[in-house]
Structure formats: C-alpha cells, structure tokens
Design a protein. Sequence first.
Length: 212
Amino acid sequence: MAYKVPDLRYAYDALEPNIDEQTMRLHHDRHHQAYVDKANAALAGTEWEDVRPREILTRLDELPAQLRATVRDNAGGQYNHCMLWRSMSPHGGGEPDRELGEAIAATFGSFEGFKDELKEAGVGRFGSGWAWLVHDGSRLAVISTPNQDNPISEGRTPLLGLDVWEHAYYLRYENRRPEYIDAWFNTIDWEVVGERYAEAPALAGSARSLDP
Ligand code: MN
C-alpha cells in the first residue's frame, strides 16, 4: 500500500506561537508530501511496496543498490515526519511523568539535563538532520542523525525526534535554531512519547505501534 501523509490531528495554526501556521502548511503539505511521493515512486512495483517504513529502515542493506539511497532518504522522511506530527500537540509542553519521567531523570540527572542534551545535539547537527531521544535496548540516550536517517536503522528505538532541517523553522526563526528548539519543547506531547517508551523493547515487531 502506498505511503500517505497523515492528516494532522490539530489545526495548522494550533501550535502558534511556537510553530507558525505557514511553516506547518509547508512542512506537512509540501515537504512531507515530497518524501512520500518519492518513496512511492521508488518502491512501486517492487517487492518492498507493502513493507512498512520502519521495517524497510531496518533492512536497508537488503534493498537493490540502485534504490537504497532514495528509499533511505524518503522512507526515512515518511517515518520521521509521521512521528513528528504525532509528537506535537497544542496541549504539549511540560515534563513527562511516570516511568518515562523517572527514566529521563535517572539517565540525564533531571529533565533540564535531558533538555540541554537534546538541544545541544540539535544545535550541533551540522546541516540538515534530526536529534533524537532513543531507547537503545537497555537505556535512554540522545543522539543525532544526518539527513532523514532514523535511529531504527542502527538498532535503536526512536521515542522523540527533533527536526532541525531549516524547513522546520526558518520562516519564523531564521537562523536562530536554538530559539526554535526552545519553542518546540512547548509542543511536545509527552503522553505520546511515554506510550512509545512503554512499548520500546518490543517496538520493532509491534503491530500496535503509533508510528508507520
Ligand atoms: Mn522536516
């Protein structure tokens, strides 16, 4: 089944003033759609066209060589952006509680320690890419990846992805990536991230995953 860009679960302007309406329209309707169109064009008619993005991204080395780079970028773009829209909410922000809150405090010292680390990873990513909170099988970690690479390709489970491509922030924040990251924290839906954490050890094979 061909990939689709999922509808947002909130209005384009619902994340104002943190993320502006025009950025959401361009990012969701144009940039994400372009990844989906390119992934579908690459996968159509191949044995991979019905395979879910997160499975493809764990099996990139099995893809035909002439497809591999295009699928890596564009199936990655699909997975990453589906995750992103689900990770944000007009009622977002604050801090995670329960198991995820405890794990973040245990791993990073405090929520602020985690925030500093994710922000540093996002600011420090040269060019385009993402910063991530991941579960690596035994513990939480913060990493960053270039382009549309997803941590799942390296055996890590992504729980939260911060898009630091300029298309995610440039209209409102221009070159002020740190300011964008601070504002984006006000949109994080920690309920969704907590659900991903709860199923993290089994995510690779989980049919009930939130993400594609
Ligand atoms: Mn993006």
